[in-house]
Design a protein around this ligand. Structure first.
Ligand code: ASP
Length: 486
């Protein structure tokens, strides 16, 4: 039996379909429709808030039965279905969908709660994995390459989003309504614009009290402290450093676990967010979303084609050899959406197919999987401008430079795990003062964008390994392009 057949069989066999689940699904759906059709006022003396609560419960019970019990659907498809059904619900039931918004907000809050510990732990582990004494020079080259490429990727994203304006063109009325709803955030932006003292902004990155930074979520301070602690950890004796590292590795894994659990709620969160958004603002948002997705993916494709010339320039390796060589890790990254999960394949490819010596690959690539996220950086650039455009918030040069700075740091602090990029986007938006609720708009296309950006992320890592090995004079290039056999 082929894999495909096995896959198909298990799809139908693993379903939890039982007569009870179908009865519950029908009862919940019918009860919701009935309660939806009866005007709330006529149900007095039952308080309207209670009716709404029961309606929300019934709607999500019906969705849950459909997605978890009646069919066996993979989580990413569920999220996509959440988007489609949410959009349909928004179109059909319009503004009454606003009542399910709290379910979406609860979901966003759940993922936001892990950001600070996750950033701190993952960044600290990433920087501490460098051994400055032994790898000082390579470390400097690697970080420079990563930083320059990350900033370049954000720049490409910003240029595309500014030129093609994916978020503008919404009718004034819709925009006004959005702005009215999020006026508090608008005030924050203008507040930020006023306090534009660049020296103070830079000085503020250095915390005077870490706990103040942690409690008020000043992420740049947290990143600064984590990088410094990581470097210091690499400099102190191993027996003192390893328990600390072990501790933070534990924290890191725990936070990633929480994200995984929260992702299970994503289909419902996405349903609620999209239904509420479309219900309140109409379908114009959907066309806009499609424009945004196409522009982001085009940006990734452009970025993908910038690596071979850079590799050729530094190492003389033919673009075909490089592109053919990294095909396997690219595909794995695309399907797993995780740089870290792809890491073993990236290392194997770079050493076996591209001629990078093991010591360089094992330093540059794990570091890259944690700190170098070019695809994610481009996505941050496009998304920040897109969301600002949707909300009608003008971004000046200063704001865009702030995006480059925060998105570079956010990409560094981003874990090489599925959907880590959208968490970091919240930070970028917060720092620039763009309403973080805007991520609700793009959550539905998160999966597809995550696939593309992870593939680009690992391509960036592999290009760094080749370039750094070449500048060290240690690259053993494969004999000919055809020798790459993947
Ligand atoms: N999934 C990406 C990675 O592992 C990170 C992201 O979400 O952008 O590289």
């Amino acid at each position: 039996m082929t894999n495909l057949q096995l896959g198909r069989r298990s799809l139908f066999m693993k379903t939890h379909f039982t007569p009870r689940s179908i009865i519950l699904f029908i009862i919940a759906t019918v009860a919701w429709v009935v309660l939806y059709l009866i005007p709330i006022q006529s149900l007095r003396p039952v308080p309207p808030a209670l009716v709404q609560l029961i309606r929300v419960f019934l709607l999500f019970l019906s969705l849950y039965m459909a997605m978890e019990r009646l069919f066996t659907i993979k989580i990413y498809n569920k999220i996509f279905l959440g988007l489609v059904f949410g959009a349909l619900a928004g179109i059909l039931f319009q503004s009454s969908m606003a009542e399910i918004q709290p379910v979406g907000t609860a979901f966003i809050r759940m993922i936001r709660m892990v950001i600070i510990p996750l950033v701190f732990a993952s960044l600290l582990i990433g920087t501490a994995s460098m051994d400055p004494k032994k790898m000082g020079r390579i470390g400097l080259k690697t970080l420079t390459y990563y930083l320059v490429y990350t900033a370049f990727a954000i720049f490409v994203g910003l240029v595309l989003a500014n030129l093609l304006q994916p978020g503008s063109g919404l009718p004034d009325q819709v925009r006004d309504q959005l702005l009215q709803n999020y006026s508090a955030d608008g005030a924050k932006v203008s507040g930020l614009a006023k306090q534009a003292n660049p020296i103070e902004t830079l000085l503020n990155i250095i915390p005077t009290n870490l706990f103040e930074g942690l409690s008020s979520g000043i992420i740049l301070q947290i990143i600064f402290f984590a990088i410094f602690s990581g470097v210091a950890l690499a400099l102190i004796p191993k027996e003192k450093a390893s328990p600390v590292l072990l501790f933070f590795e534990g924290i890191n894994e725990t936070m990633i676990k929480i994200v995984h659990i929260a992702i299970k709620l994503a289909p419902y969160g996405v349903f609620a967010l999209i239904a509420a958004v479309i219900g309140s603002f109409g379908t114009n948002i959907l066309v806009t979303l499609l424009k945004y997705t196409i522009i982001t993916i085009s940006g990734m494709i452009i970025l993908n084609f910038t690596y071979p010339p850079v590799v050729k320039l530094f190492s003389g390796m033919s673009p075909i050899t490089f592109m053919k060589g990294i095909r396997s890790p690219q595909l794995i990254a695309f399907s797993t959406s995780s740089s870290s999960a792809t890491l073993p394949v990236t290392i194997e490819t770079c050493t076996e197919k591209l001629g990078v010596p093991m010591d360089i690959a094992s330093f540059v690539l794990p570091l890259g999987a944690t700190v170098n996220m070019n695809g994610t950086a481009l996505y941050h650039g496009v998304s920040a401008v897109f969301i600002a455009q949707v909300f009608g918030i003008p971004l000046g040069i200063g704001d865009q430079l702030m995006i480059v700075l925060t998105a570079t740091l956010a990409a560094i602090g981003c874990a090489g795990a599925p959907m880590a990029g959208i968490l970091m986007l919240v930070i970028v938006l917060e720092q620039v003062g763009i309403p973080t609720e805007g991520i609700a708009l793009i959550f539905g296309v998160e999966r597809i964008l995550d696939m593309f950006r992870t593939a680009i992320n690992i391509t960036g890592d592999a290009s760094a390994a080749v370039v750094i090995a070449a500048t060290e004079g240690e690259l053993t290039p494969p004999e000919s392009p055809n020798s790459v056999n993947l």
